[in-house]
Design a protein around this ligand. Structure first.
Ligand code: AMP
Length: 284
């Protein structure tokens, strides 16, 4: 018999959490939009290693989508997700309805500031206000000690760390490395929408990143790297939203390669938008 609890109302999540906290037990939260894959599994395993109890939230958050077709077509596999969570030993799945999260008259939003302006924020209007608001609501309902996020969404992780710091939220944010398919494509719930041709082309993102990682030296300028990655992806059939080399804390573009820089990539393949990133270090 399953021991996994299903929670769907913020006050129920709050009460469940209160009881565990009163017993001195720690709680880890893994916020997701469902359609779970091995990337999510890695986050769950990290939470389990760090906490007595792990909660996975599953909520396709309408306010972080800038295109209604993307929201409508986002894969939804709730029963499979719950079964996977159960098999992984997750203690509770918190899957609120849109009405429970955004009741009639809901009119508050968290503006995550300058970290959210560029890159994803620029190409997906309102995205990070939606993310910051929903994550704050999830943290408020579940009251975890630790929340685990993927480095795959590098800017999202930075924005959430910033919001948690600025608002003084009593939670530790943990980042987990990107999990990839065997050929290097970063796992994503959106990968199911790739046609076989686009799927083959999409490998070019990681291949372009690896080409940079294999040979970057202090003589490579960020603009050379950006040009090379852009060309590699375009030649494979992708359409670039942005390729950037940024300071890892400010997410501002850098003029020279040095420690603490990150390569960020967003590109379209056959109508599917994919993002990826990698740490860059000048080797000589
Ligand atoms: P999502 O369900 O896509 O909103 O993602 C939920 C969480 O899983 C976020 O913290 C993501 O960064 C993380 N995540 C998604 N894909 C991966 C991946 N391939 N590797 C590691 N974490 C991931």
């Amino acid at each position: 018999m399953t021991s996994l609890l299903r929670l769907s109302i913020p006050s129920d999540a709050h009460r469940w959490s209160d009881e565990r906290r009163l017993d001195g037990q720690s709680i880890g939260l893994v916020p997701t939009m469902g359609a779970l894959h091995s990337g999510h599994t890695a986050l769950i395993e990290r939470s389990k290693a760090l906490c007595d109890h792990t909660v996975v939230s599953i909520f396709v958050n309408p306010t972080q989508f800038d295109r209604s077709d993307d929201f409508d077509l986002y894969p939804r596999t709730l029963e499979d997700d719950v079964a996977l969570c159960d098999s992984l030993g997750v203690n509770a799945v918190y899957a609120p309805t849109v009405d429970a999260m955004y009741p009639e008259g809901f009119d508050t939003s968290i503006d995550p500031g300058s970290l959210a302006h560029r890159w994803e924020g620029e190409h997906r209007s309102g995205h990070f206000a939606g993310v910051a608001t929903v994550v704050t609501k999830l943290l408020t309902a579940v009251q975890p000690h630790i929340a685990v996020f993927g480095e795959k969404d590098f800017q999202q992780l930075a924005v959430i760390q910033h919001v948690v710091r600025d608002l003084g939220l009593p939670v530790t944010v943990v980042g987990e490395p990107t999990v990839r398919e065997e050929d290097g494509l970063a796992m994503s719930s959106r990968n199911v929408h790739l046609t076989p041709d686009s799927r083959a082309e999409a490998i070019s993102i990681k291949q372009a990143i690896d080409r940079v990682l294999d040979r970057s030296t202090s003589t490579d300028s960020p603009s050379d790297i950006i040009e090379q990655v852009t060309t590699d992806i375009q030649q494979a059939g992708g359409t670039i939203d942005y390729v950037a080399v940024v300071d890892r804390s400010t997410l501002e573009p850098v003029a020279d390669l040095r420690l603490d820089t990150q390569l960020l990539v967003a590109a379209w393949f056959g109508g599917v938008r994919l993002i990826d990133n990698a740490a860059l270090v000048a080797t000589e």
